[in-house]
Write a protein that binds this ligand. Structure first.
Ligand SMILES: Cc1ncc(COP(=O)(O)O)c(C=O)c1O
Length: 369
């Protein structure tokens, strides 16, 4: 992750890097990611919820931190007390944030989010003047300062899509309108727009801060295969064999007996299942494989909540306690998160963020950042 942030920082030399560590660092563990990202050159961290932001602060992370997805009755006071920058997308949100700042007797740092074309979060362009006026009032009375005007792209994975330019123009117009009202911090009003894909492909959209997420984790936003990507996938999902046993021919395996041993064979039971982030649909076509005992071996039968069964073949000397790799960077022939995504018709984001829960122990390798 340090390496990947270095790649992103080098790709955007004139911008600061805000590493996006929402959803528990895309399933990698937010605190470890945050530390690695800051060591790799990020100067900001970005999360969705205030809870995510407070968790990072509780872990001792003091870097500038933006939280951007809120309900108007969220605990903004706690965020302000923890020195978290807050995004506001509407007058209602802004009013709630400003009220919390007033109650706390502290000035809140705001990033005003503009909907430039994704139609998700952000103030629509037509609603922007009112939001800016409210922000100017809160600035004038010392309750707030506006750090940035920002937005999020709809087609970043298609670098030449015309909507990218439309969004950039709208953000620029919003930024100018904010500047005309004197908004900014110490005379500076930042802009941020680019996610991972735009960081790597659209230098003209880097602006003041880039906000990469997926690329921090080494998963290529342009779907380049690992050898062609400058990024290195960070996550490897392993499981140890809980039971290895010889089974005769003709035995049905796992729920519904969708697979039957064609001959005597050695089966290995891995204690990992759909509750841990191995999608049940992954083996619907019987094509899931794991790297075990030096070879790719098929998962047979249905993926269960807590376990999968691997056919190791009649000559295998796989033992209880051996380690299987379910996916990883692919450097040793193991499947990748991209392989899983392709099999499932989804994106690697969903694979990585799906690996979570108390049963999946995380080991951070590469030293404390
Ligand atoms: C607002 C915002 N910015 C940045 C990102 C990072 O995007 P990516 O993971 O594609 O780099 C996300 C993730 O979805 C996001 O919601």
């Amino acid at each position: 992750m340090r390496h990947n942030v270095g790649v992103l920082a080098a790709a955007a030399p004139t911008a600061q890097v805000m590493a996006v560590v929402k959803a528990d660092g895309y399933g990698h563990g937010a605190e470890a990611v945050a530390r690695a990202a800051l060591a790799g050159g990020a100067t900001w961290l970005g999360v969705c919820t205030i809870e995510e932001a407070l968790d990072l602060r509780a872990a001792g992370i003091t870097a500038p931190l933006l939280s951007w997805l809120h309900l108007p009755d969220d605990d903004f006071g706690a965020a302000i007390a923890a020195d978290v920058d807050l995004s506001a997308s509407s007058r209602e949100h802004l009013a709630a944030i400003v009220a919390a700042a007033r109650a706390a007797g502290r000035r809140v740092r705001l990033h005003l989010k503009v909907d430039t074309g994704l139609s998700r979060g952000g103030a629509p362009m037509a609603a922007l003047p009112d939001l800016l006026d409210d922000a100017a009032k809160a600035t004038a009375d010392g309750t707030a300062e506006v750090v940035a005007v920002w937005s999020h792209l709809a087609h970043a994975d298609a670098p030449h899509h015309p909507v990218l330019d439309v969004q950039a123009e709208r953000l620029d117009a919003a930024w100018r309108a904010a500047r005309d009202r004197g908004l900014g911090r110490g005379g500076v009003l930042l802009r941020h727009l680019a996610n991972s894909a735009a960081t790597l492909t659209r230098p003209d959209l880097h602006l003041d801060i880039v906000r990469p997420g997926i690329a921090v984790y080494g998963l290529d936003p342009l779907d380049r295969p690992v050898p062609q990507s400058p990024l290195r996938p960070a996550m490897t999902l392993r499981a140890r064999v809980a039971l290895a046993k010889r089974v005769p021919a003709g035995e049905g395996v796992s729920y519904g007996h969708e697979w039957t041993t064609p001959h005597e064979t050695v089966l290995a039971l891995l204690p990992v299942g759909y509750a841990d982030g191995v999608p049940r649909r992954l083996n619907a076509r019987g094509r899931m494989q794991v790297l075990l005992d030096g070879r790719l071996r098929p998962v047979v039968g249905r993926v269960c909540m807590d376990q999968v069964v691997v056919d190791c073949g009649p000559g295998s000397d796989v033992r209880t306690g051996d380690t299987a790799v379910l996916f990883g960077p692919g450097a040793h022939g193991e499947p990748t998160a991209q392989d899983w995504a392709d099999e499932l018709g989804t994106i690697h984001y969903e694979i990585a963020t799906g690996v979570h829960g108390r049963r999946v122990a995380r080991t951070v390798v590469g030293g404390a950042a």
